[in-house]
Design a protein around this ligand. Structure first.
Ligand code: FAD
Length: 473
């Protein structure tokens, strides 16, 4: 096959940032090449992140709902029998369907995909490393522009690198090699809690250890409370806060872990350990020192609101371009970068990037948080509507949730939203639209919401601001 050695645009990395950028640019008539070291397109999100974790979480969710039916709802089921090979196979099928679809989309747009590791030789040249047939003989690719979309990888502190596959990162945990009897999750962030929920749902006895004094430290504390209560039950009261993991060692096919903290002290053995203490951007070893791209202290590529780096030929998007490390932020930045590259006068205002924790219950927020308001000293009205007053939540037996708006007391515009409860991740989209459009609470109260749905709680919380909310729906 024929390969042009020069591209208008080279996208380095084929994750949700990279493939979105490549497809948009190709649709606008640019000649585009994706360089991706993995054999499949999709990046972390599709191959070892969002999608496999949600495929597994759904299994855990169904099991937990069935268990609840057995407890309180007058419906009898046998205990579920889990065929771990089939659970794994279904997850793989979801991934291969989606990644196959991306391959088709690339082909349809004449986007060239090269399976290689790309390393910058200078600001307009990539060296292609690897052995794949798609790599041209010249092993070099020149370009007018490059979009850096190399993403991130799990951080594994040196003390936890003990050469045992029983100590896993999120990629290892998603492999679902087995259903261990016991699992320790190190780190109480969203990835640890989601994966802990998967394993607990499949029958593993899960413990969580967190250095700080709370779970999900990026979220408002009130949103975390109902989740923590439910997780305490799921994890059998084994969430250890304010506690440091001192050391790990493999002993008799188990991992012996020492704990130092008020939450737990001493040592205990686990069949497996999941280390989920954060992610680091992929920016080293890429030859960026041969370009003008600047990195900050944590290794993120420094870029402006148009996704431009300090190098006029190179844009950066997605996880490598900074927090929050989320797939929808990556694909939005892709849109901004491509539009800027085409000469559009756009910038990215990060006012309302939604965040969702896909635990049960889910937590979702967008726009300003109460914590943000406190830090900036901005006065806000916080309007909360408890789901106990929602007919739908009562019917579902999920009354632990609530919906809250942060409202500007003077303009009555909505500035932020937080939701905890079943399906909060789906509900937050309305809040994103409202915040983006600069809605006032009246825009929400005067939009008719279908009854009985959990989406009504967004309208009801807005009614609280006006003093017109009814107690029981
Ligand atoms: P990535 O998806 O990381 O893709 C980067 C690509 O670049 C990779 O394919 C990599 O192989 C390639 N690459 C790197 N260096 C080179 C090189 N030198 N040459 C060629 N190719 C290279 N986000 C959400 O929004 N929602 C979720 O529910 C969610 N769940 C997650 C669950 C888990 C377990 C994990 C780990 C992450 C999750 N994320 C979630 C985060 C999400 O996966 C990332 O934010 C997203 O994938 C970032 O996209 P990206 O395009 O910037 O980078």
């Amino acid at each position: 096959w024929v390969l042009s050695m020069h591209s208008d645009l080279v996208v380095l990395g084929g994750g949700p940032g990279g493939y979105a950028a490549a497809f948009l640019a190709a649709d606008e008539g640019l000649q585009v090449t994706i360089v991706e070291s993995d054999k499949r397109l999709g990046g972390t999100c599709l191959l070892r992140g969002c999608i496999p974790s949600k495929a597994l979480l759904h299994v855990a969710r169904v099991i937990s709902e069935v268990n609840e039916l057995r407890e309180d709802w007058g419906v009898k089921y046998q205990a579920p029998q889990i065929d771990v090979d089939q659970v794994r196979a279904r997850k793989e099928k979801v991934i291969s369907t989606l990644t196959g679809g991306l391959g088709q989309l690339a082909k349809r747009r004449n986007v060239t995909v090269i399976t290689a590791k790309g390393v910058f030789e200078d600001s307009t040249t990539l060296r292609l490393e690897g052995e794949h047939e798609s790599i041209p003989a010249e092993r070099q690719l020149t370009f007018k522009h490059c979009i850096l979309a190399t993403g991130s990888v799990p951080a594994m502190p040196p003390g936890f690198q003990i050469g045992s596959d029983r100590v896993m990162d999120s990629t290892g945990a998603l492999q679902l090699a087995d259903i261990p009897e016991t699992l320790l999750v190190v780190g109480g962030g969203y990835i640890g809690l989601e994966m802990g929920s998967v394993y607990a749902g499949l029958g593993t006895k899960v413990s969580v250890v967190e250095l700080l004094d709370g779970l999900l430290m990026g979220a408002d504390r009130d949103l975390v409370k109902p989740l923590q209560k439910r997780l305490e039950k799921l994890f059998e009261q084994r969430i250890f806060l304010n506690t440091k993991v001192g050391s790990m060692a493999e002993v008799d096919n188990q991992i012996e872990v020492t704990f130092e903290g008020p939450g737990k002290y001493g040592h205990e053995r686990f069949d497996r350990v999941l280390v989920s203490v954060g992610r680091r951007p992929v920016s080293r070893g890429l030859g960026l020192e041969n370009t003008k791209v600047e990195l900050d202290q944590r290794g993120f590529a420094v870029c402006d609101a148009q996704q431009r780096t300090a190098d006029p030929h190179i844009f950066a998007i997605g996880d490598v371009a900074g927090e929050p490390m989320l797939a929808h932020k990556a694909s939005h930045e892709a849109k901004v970068a491509v539009e800027v590259l085409l000469g559009e006068p756009v910038t990215f205002d990060k006012a309302a990037i939604p965040a969702v924790v896909f635990t049960d219950p889910e937590i979702a927020w967008a726009g300003m948080t109460e914590e943000d308001a406190k830090k900036s000293g901005r006065k806000v009205d916080v309007e909360v509507y408890p789901w106990a007053a929602s007919g739908r939540a009562q019917a579902l037996g999920r009354t632990e949730g609530f919906t809250k708006w942060l409202v500007d007391p003077e303009t009555h515009r909505v500035l932020g939203c937080g939701i905890v409860g079943a399906g909060a991740g789906e509900l937050i989209a309305e809040a994103v639209l409202a915040i983006e459009m600069g809605c006032e609470v009246r825009d929400l109260t005067e939009s008719i919401h279908p009854h009985p749905t959990l989406s009504e709680t967004l309208m009801n919380a807005a009614e609280v601001h006006l003093g017109t909310a009814t107690e029981i729906y």
